[in-house]
Design a binder for this molecule. Sequence first.
Ligand code: FES
Length: 118
Amino acid sequence: MEYVTVARVEDIPQGQTRLVEVEQQPVLLIHESDGFYAVEGLCSHQNLPLEGGQVWRGVLDCPWHHFQYDIRTGENLYPQRVYPLDALPQLRSQVNPLKTYPVRIVNQEIQIQLIKKN
Ligand code: FES
C-alpha cells in the first residue's frame, strides 16, 4: 500500500499532536523527540478524539479520562496499570490497543501508510 502525505514537518512542533483524517479514518500524528508517530485518532475507551492528549516519554495520555497508550506499539497501558483486570472483567472490552501506522518523512512531508502494524 502506498504512503499518503498527511502534513508537513513544520506543522507539528515537537511534543505536539495533530488529528488528521485519511481516507475517512481519524489518525493522530505525534511529534516525539525521536521522530513522528501515527496512531488511530479515537480512544478505545469511549471513541473520543485523542487530539490534545499529552505525550511524555513515548506515552500518549488521552485528554478525556487519561487512558495511556504506548505510541510505538499502541498498547493500552492504563487502566491495566491501575486495576486488576481479573477483578474487573467489564473493563476488558475497553482496554484495547490503538492501531499504529508506519510513518516516513519525504522532503519535509509526513507520510503514513494505512496498513495496520499491530
Ligand atoms: S475517552 Fe479516552 S480515556 Fe475515556
